[in-house]
Design a protein around this ligand. Sequence first.
Ligand SMILES: C[S@@+](CC[C@H](N)C(=O)[O-])C[C@H]1O[C@@H](n2cnc3c(N)ncnc32)[C@H](O)[C@@H]1O
Length: 227
Amino acid sequence: MTELGIASFESYADHIRLHPEEGERLPDIMHITVTRFYRDATCWEGLGRVMPGLAASGRKVRFLSAGCCGGEEPYTLAIAWKELFEERFGPADILAVDMDEAGLERARKAVYDKRSLRELPDAWRERWFIASGRRLHLSPEIMSMVRFERLHLVNDALPGSFDLIMCRNLFFTYFTEDRRFRAALVLWEALRPGGALMIGEKEGLGPRELDIFTPWPGARCFFRRAA
Ligand SMILES: C[S@@+](CC[C@H](N)C(=O)[O-])C[C@H]1O[C@@H](n2cnc3c(N)ncnc32)[C@H](O)[C@@H]1O
């Protein structure tokens, strides 16, 4: 509105009616893209508790980062996998999706500002990033572990079935109750029986969502898909 010199929401709504291309831009400029590596450390610490259950079948473990932004979340998972789990459970399959093409482009380049790595354990940062001026380049070995796809989590069908879906700082923060529950059902359907949902440290599930997901004992932020 500031850019266009429009002072009221009513006038802005009129502007959108007259200029539909403005409405098409809105989803790209309205959403929140704050993220960082190893965001919510206590959540990541819980991964060690859920992994043995998820990997028990011996199949390749399939992950989805839903709303992956610039790649910080799925790359954190890839680093954690390399550091903590790969030797024991073999390779992982990590798909990361977002509706925002600009975020996906940043993710595919995998060059980050130092600030976005401030929570990542030092040893991991030193092992998996190469400094170039003020920027840090992620190692190609970690980059090759994650596939990125553009996908709208509400309008598009989710591909395949996953052992763990990370959906943090998205539905369970920004959606109203009904939309939240519908979104939770979509995630439930995309999970394998016994699979896990990971949400953000400051997020919680409401009573309806707790009918289809049960808290994972001892692992904050994790919920098991109910039968
Ligand atoms: C606040 S960021 C959270 C990033 C990361 N999950 C985290 O917790 O740090 C929310 C991301 O969700 C994406 N997003 C919002 N609505 C979406 C939708 N319906 N489908 C796909 N991505 C969506 C936004 O583009 C943004 O990159």
